[in-house]
Design a protein around this ligand. Sequence first.
Ligand code: ATP
Ligand code: MG
Length: 474
Amino acid sequence: MNLKHRLDEHEVFLRVARVSERLGLETYVVGGYVRDLILGRPSKDIDFTCVGSGIELAQQVASTYEEHVPLSVFKNFGTAMLKLQDWELEFVGARKESYRLESRKPIVEDGTLLEDLERRDFTINAMAISLNPSNYGELIDPFDGLGDMKRKLIKTPLEPGITFSDDPLRMLRAVRFAAQLNFDIEADTFFALSENASRLQIISGERIIDELNKVILTSKPSYGFKLLFASRLLHEFFPELVELQGVDSVDDKSHKDNFYHTLQVLDNVCQFSADLWLRWAAILHDIAKPATKRFNPKVGWTFHGHEDKGARMTPGIFRRLKLPMDDRMKYVQKLVKLHLRPIALVKDEVTDSALRRLLFDAGDDIDDLMKLCRADITSKNNKKVQKYLDNFDKVEKKLLEVEEKDQVRNFQPPISGEEIMETFGISPSKIIGDIKEEIKEAILEGRIQNNPEEARNLMMKIALEKGLSPQSKS
Ligand code: ATP
Ligand code: MG
């Protein structure tokens, strides 16, 4: 197969080829860029491998530009990176790797193109395009990556057990590529995943979560999660999710399988949003169901308080998985905690104060919460699904009406602490917080309107009860 016409789409390939020829090197485009070029997925990272010094090649390529192009050299790794607008070009000398059992660190030596390709993770990632004069544009595909693309298969170039044991991260990459490309994992490769799953323990949490997040960002993440579950890779780093799997029955009463339910909710939410953190909220929304599961002979299975317990579990899970412990965690925690609240508002006789409380608690995340709730409907009965969705439409309408009237979504106290202190001539103390809290409660309960006048009247009343009297103004 010759891909010369595809290389003509960017001037950089001919430029690198000329420099390479001048230096007497053999140079190839390799790895992900080749794969994505053939699959028609746009990609801005290009990896060049030459037989010789990648750093020198990069330096010489950089010097052919009239304008300055940023070049970073990583001597220890023998690599160099060039930035061309939004393109990133990486240059490296071909290498071979060998691993010893007692050490995870590979011994890296200069190698041939073939040796370089065979140390790569999958056949579809182990293809190269020649930039050399004799066969410019020719695809070099020693492991039939092209065939595996046609067959839609993730397969290791060498014996999979060795490939995975050398670098266990490749196991997660196998699932991630399968999920991103909607490929199957070839049978022997999959078998080696299950055989080597426990080796994942030597991989850092940061690298694991990078791959997992890529799975979560695919258009149908349930597929990737099912592969992780079936290979038992998931058991190694996310036991809480595994715990959700399974159905218990007592007296003919059984509950739904919360693992598959969660995956369905996750897929559903992906139709409404590309946001990673909303997707994480879907993953964790029922995470405390196993811990709160009870059987009551009268009502069957219950999971009382799973939303609160799930919210309490969220920071620990984030910390362990090396997810960010900042506002993003708080956002996920909030959605987990609130995910049952809109359902409670479906009833016709729902009070405005209940609506105001939800708006107050959810704040600007109310729209995302409603997306999560809609995604949480996983009935197989389409009529039921439609009925529940209609109900949520009604809830959203009521929320809008109340918000328009009362503006509690971004609640700002109508009376400031300063005003309270000034009015009663007192210094900062707990009583000020108490008064503000009572005013907020009164607004949410609907006893007063959300405006400074009514709030001020109430403030006077509360203060009197507490034995405060206003300062006379001199
Ligand atoms: P993406 O950029 O979408 O993550 P990619 O395949 O380009 O996909 P990179 O991490 O950029 O992935 O790696 C570039 C290439 O380096 C891969 O295509 C593969 O040939 C090789 N590679 C990367 N990581 C590994 C690994 N852990 N083991 C073996 N080969 C790897
Ligand atoms: Mg890449």
